[in-house]
Design a binder for this molecule. Structure first.
Ligand code: SF4
Length: 462
């Protein structure tokens, strides 16, 4: 599938605008603050915006109140997102009273819902800049117009082109994300993403590999490849298993992860790429959403419970020690007790090592929002509790098999709840706590598992 790319002259224009803003700032180092909601895609977009701002001469502010530019990168996946976002944007009014030169910008998925963006613009006259998910590449040009005294509102179509070559300021750490594609074609009936992120567009494999190489050169040893459905990655016939193999060869890359995988597109070839590539981690996030074929059909997921279980078998037969995590929705319109039982039995059968559970909530504009048979809130709540209890059994069962097992963890930080302990993840994504100190952060250590802590594991260094 051939994707369109933002024309090189536009990117050159962005760099030229960055230089002009830098000149305008005249060596002053104003501060920026970015508040990001939602998924890793948004985090990644925020890193690109931060990269552009730092090239202009901006520095990161520790607090919103100290900033000269505040940007909200919004999400519309969760219920009540609009209320929360509007509340947070509203607080900026007070900050602006003390700093009249403050620039306020709002972007991200929620702004791609035009009527919401319009409401935000009307309600908050102090918001200087609103832009959609496909205007990332021209952010410097938009900001330049704001600095020239204009109030800018720029939201184009959702099937935008792919921007390449923009600066990026990665969040600190040893693990980072690299986007391999944009958008989604699946139209699951409960999901708003295809309406705000547009159709699937894949980046060129060589651009993905080059970005991973740069990240590895900066000292990131763990990379997660990101996409709404990485299994349908398609760079003119080069599919995801091949991309995974190519990226895995990047020097200095110790761990390679990916998400998210749609079960309908998970191929045996990908399972074998995971099995045969040593630095690809033994973990897959494979959202099942429901164990009932009837509900899966209503959700427009386009696979069955039986197909999902076949995938799990294939993974477990070929990728030793693989852990599976998932997303599950209960209380979808018309869900019966029998449908719920199908979901609970699937959770027991698979033995997920973690599961993100949700009570269905309406997203206006989606097919499920118009369905008859919406489930009362108290029933959804009760079903969610029952699901969570079964998930906990499943997670604890998955933990038991680790006793005495040896593996390697990447230390990420220190947990100070109770007795302070360092923590890090195994390749399977299982969190392990060990004794130690902060000098260990960012390094890999061999451990033996000796017990559990909360839903995680405890180990000793070996
Ligand atoms: S695969 Fe389904 S749930 Fe995931 S982003 Fe696309 S439409 Fe939404």
């Amino acid at each position: 599938m051939k994707a369109n790319f933002v024309d090189g002259s536009v990117i050159e224009g962005s760099y030229a605008a960055i230089e002009r803003i830098k000149k305008m700032l005249g060596g002053a180092a104003p501060r920026y603050y970015i508040e990001t909601y939602g998924c890793q895609m948004n985090e990644h977009d925020s890193e690109t915006i931060a990269g552009m701002l730092e090239r202009m001469g901006y520095e990161k502010a520790a607090e919103k109140s100290e900033a000269d530019l505040i940007l909200f990168n919004t999400c519309c996946i969760r219920e009540h997102a609009e209320k929360r976002t509007f509340g947070n944007v509203g607080f900026v009014k007070e900050i602006k009273q003390n700093n009249p030169g403050l620039i306020t910008a709002v972007c991200g998925c929620m702004m791609q819902q035009r009527e919401v963006a319009q409401r935000l613009r009307d309600r908050f006259p102090f918001v200087d800049l609103v832009f959609g998910t496909n205007e990332l590449a021209v952010f410097p040009q938009l900001l330049e117009r704001v600095m020239g005294g204009e109030r800018v509102f720029e939201i184009k179509n959702i099937d935008g082109e792919i921007p390449e070559g923009l600066p990026i300021r990665r969040n600190e750490g040893f693990s980072t994300f690299v986007n391999i594609m944009y958008g989604c074609n699946n139209f699951c009936s409960y999901c708003i993403v295809p309406y705000v992120r547009g159709r699937e567009r894949s980046r060129r494999a060589e651009d993905v590999v080059a970005e991973v190489e740069r990240a590895a050169a900066e000292g990131f040893t763990e990379v997660t490849l990101l996409g709404q459905n990485v299994n349908s990655y398609d760079d003119e016939g080069l599919r995801f298993p091949e991309l995974l193999r190519r990226v895995s060869r990047v020097e200095g890359l110790k761990r390679l992860r990916f998400m998210t995988s749609h079960p309908k597109d998970l191929s045996h070839e990908l399972v074998m790429a995971m099995a045969e590539t040593p630095n690809v981690c033994e973990h897959i996030h494979l959202p099942v959403q429901s164990g009932s074929n009837r509900i899966l059909k209503l959700m427009n997921r386009r696979y069955t419970r039986e197909h999902y279980l076949d995938l799990i078998r294939d993974l477990r037969e070929n990728v030793p020690g693989v852990e599976i995590t998932t997303d599950i929705i209960v209380g979808f319109p018309t869900e019966t007790e029998e449908d719920l039982e199908d979901t609970l039995s699937l959770v027991r059968e698979v033995g997920f090592s973690a599961a993100y559970s949700f009570a269905y909530s309406v997203r206006q504009g989606t097919a499920a929002a118009r369905m008859e048979g919406q489930i009362p809130e108290e029933v959804k709540k009760e079903r969610l509790q029952r699901l969570n209890a079964v998930i906990m059994e499943s997670v604890n069962g998955a933990n038991d098999k680790y006793m005495g097992v040896e593996g390697e963890i990447l230390i990420e930080g220190c947990d100070r709840r109770g007795e302070p302990m360092m923590f890090g993840k195994l390749p399977s994504l299982k969190m392990v706590y060990v004794n130690g100190d902060e000098s260990m952060i960012g390094n890999y250590y061999k451990v033996r598992i000796t017990g559990t802590r909360f839903n995680s594991l405890v180990g000793e260094l070996i």
